[in-house]
Design a protein around this ligand. Structure first.
Ligand code: LMR
Length: 334
């Protein structure tokens, strides 16, 4: 090697050492629940995995607790590209024009997580995610939360106990019909506003998996809670399609791998987190927890079952039948 080559080589090495490292691709991930929930923990897990697998080329910034956007705004922000990634509850896709997702709100359609995964982890789930594409959104995964309990300041033992009660719901027509079938008065409200609405009596009660109820401290302003398990609540992890497809293919593949691992993690911790939250509510001594008898649960099922017929056209009869087939749910056999 002559002196000149050595000099040029050294200069190049020095230059590259001094040159600023390429700035990472920033992915803003916004959600509305507390960090200490199944979704909160899974989004942080994804951020860590993404950094690891992309060797720092992607940086996922997680904004919890509606810090960036509330329910309705976050969908609009995603479509505009102001935020890149969300994991809204499956009950919040109706206003976007994707009504089929409300099939997850059909009362008692899933007995347990095993039933549910036959849908979310199979071809029906994949076909549902594909319906988001014309809206400029790509669906990456389904993440679990859990089954809902109802809460209020008065005991809930029979469907009649909900008559005339103002109940906060998510923006789903199926949920609206469900509470109407109980004689309640459903009120759509952003998640971030629920605690205050319960505290001030704007609404009488609500429903959510235990992890949401506990981490938002709803149990401090609700005297009674009944483990009705009437609906499942879970999430679709979604991204702005243009942004996602514009990423370098290798980076995108690494992020997809991170999402795969985050999904396994999310679905592993969901039940544990909800069980721990229920224990937290119990220990607080602020809310009386009622476990309905078999007969009492059956009364709730019977009262809500007509929702399946009334809302079949909203989600599509074929989709509903395909889920019945997958899970073995038979309305005639209740
Ligand atoms: C709710 O609004 O009750 C839930 O969708 C919140 C969430 O994201 O779990």
């Amino acid at each position: 090697m002559n002196v000149r080559t050595l000099f040029v080589g050294l200069a190049a090495a020095t230059f590259s050492a001094l040159a600023p490292a390429q700035a990472p691709v920033v992915i803003k991930f916004s959600h509305v629940v507390a960090a200490d929930t199944p979704k909160g923990k899974a989004s942080e897990f994804f951020a860590r995995k993404a950094a690891e697998l992309t060797k720092g080329r992607a940086k996922v910034e997680v904004y919890a607790n509606s810090a960036l956007y509330k329910d309705k705004e976050e969908m609009e922000a995603l479509q505009l590209g102001a935020v890149h990634m969300l994991a809204p509850s499956l009950s919040k896709f109706g206003p976007l024009g994707v009504k089929e997702f409300e099939v997850f709100d059909f009362p008692y359609i899933f007995d347990d997580y095993t039933d549910l995964h036959k849908v979310t982890q199979g071809p029906i789930g994949a076909a549902l995610l594909a319906r988001l594409e014309p809206k400029g959104i790509k669906g990456l995964a389904f993440w679990d939360n859990g089954f809902k309990s109802m809460s209020a300041n008065t005991p809930i033992r029979t469907p009649a106990d909900l008559k005339g009660k103002k109940m906060r719901i998510q923006s789903s027509k199926v949920l609206e019909e469900q509470f109407r079938s109980l004689g309640a008065l459903p009120q759509v409200m952003a998640f971030s506003e629920v605690y205050q609405a319960l505290q001030t009596g704007v609404v009488d009660g609500t429903d959510n998996p235990h992890s949401n109820l506990f981490t938002q401290k709803m149990h401090e302003v609700q005297k009674h809670m009944t483990i009705t398990d009437h609906n499942y609540l879970g999430y679709a992890v979604i991204v702005n399609k243009k942004f996602w497809e514009g990423l370098p293919p290798e980076l995108r593949a690494q992020l997809e791998m991170a999402m795969k691992e985050a999904t396994v993690y999310a679905n592993k911790i969901a039940k544990e987190e909800n069980d721990a939250a229920l224990e937290g509510v119990r220990k607080s001594g602020k809310t009386a927890i009622y476990v309905p008898t078999r007969e009492e649960k059956m009364a709730f099922k019977k009262a809500m079952l007509p929702v399946h017929t009334r809302m079949a056209d909203r989600v599509g009869k074929d989709l509903l039948q395909s889920i019945y087939k997958e899970t073995g749910f038979d309305p005639a056999k209740l």
